[in-house]
Design a protein around this ligand. Structure first.
Ligand SMILES: Nc1ncnc2c1ncn2[C@@H]1O[C@H](COP(=O)(O)OP(=O)(O)O)[C@@H](O)[C@H]1O
Ligand SMILES: [Mg+2]
Length: 252
């Protein structure tokens, strides 16, 4: 085994006095897809947001324990959070393109980083949109307002926007739950291609989706990590009774 790309060690998170994560020890190897599953409210989104410090934006949050990205403790005081979020990008449940052109959406992060070279920007747009499997559908009108695209296309443009800044890790929080089945399928196929180049961590409450696309699965319950293993093992022969109960649909 090589060094994991992300490791959390005894990670606790409190919203005020409420403990939402109760000491999570979990690590992610480079590349491939890990699904975070568990009933609503078990802490999946909270955990995901810890991995690129998105919880910093919420008031009255206390975090203890360690989150390592490669050899960097991301909660260390000298962490450059903007640089971190380039390396560890996030895609949300609701597609959230900005109300301007597809082209400007994709290069948003590059513009912020001060890239001006038109050829570089053009190349990044094509590469990212191709990787997000939406290039063929939008290439003839990159000036179109991204809000005019279908929900599934918008979500792939949002994935392209993250890929444009060349991250290592892609965090996705229920990226298909606001989409129709056909668009969801296209996103799943896209992630299955991206898994060769990126470390993908995706929250889903869709167990079929986890079993279709994830190499590894982590099962959360009430702020605790119950079990993590190869996806096949989790679904065919889980070690814990709680996991068995959840995957057989007994709760949540
Ligand atoms: N911003 C917040 N402020 C206070 N409590 C929150 C906040 N976000 C989530 N919680 C609580 O933390 C727990 C975990 O929530 P969440 O991580 O959203 O779960 P999941 O994504 O698994 O549905 C829930 O009890 C939820 O109500
Ligand atoms: Mg959630």
């Amino acid at each position: 085994m090589t060094e994991p790309i992300i490791t959390t060690d005894n990670l606790h998170l409190f919203y005020g006095k409420k403990e939402a994560l109760k000491g999570i020890d979990l690590s992610f190897q480079e590349r491939g897809i890990t699904a975070l599953i568990g009933p609503s409210g078990c802490g999946k989104s909270t955990y995901l947001r810890c991995l690129n410090r998105m919880n910093d934006l919420i008031d009255d949050v206390t975090i203890t324990g360690n989150v390592m990205f490669r050899d960097q403790n991301i909660y260390a005081p000298d962490t450059d959070v903007v640089a971190l979020r380039k390396e560890v990008g996030m895609v949300f449940q609701q597609p959230n393109p900005f109300p301007f052109s597809i082209y400007e959406n994709v290069i948003y992060g590059l513009r912020l980083a001060g890239v001006k070279d038109k050829q570089k920007l053009d190349e990044a747009v094509e590469r990212s949109l191709r990787q997000a499997a939406v290039w063929d559908e939008v290439k003839d009108d990159l000036q179109k307002n991204a809000l005019e695209l279908s929900g599934g296309q918008q979500q792939r443009v949002c994935i392209a926007r993250v890929l444009a800044v060349s991250p290592s890790v892609l965090l996705l929080d229920e990226p298909t739950s606001a989409l129709d089945p056909v668009s969801s399928h296209v996103i799943e196929e896209t992630l299955l291609q991206l898994r060769y180049d990126y470390t993908i961590i995706t929250v889903t409450h869709n167990l079929q989706q986890a079993s279709r696309i994830a190499d590894r699965t982590a099962f959360f319950l009430q702020g605790e990590l119950i079990e993590t293993n190869d996806t096949k093992k989790i679904f065919m022969a889980p070690e814990k009774q709680e996991t068995q109960d959840y995957i057989s649909g007994r709760f949540g």
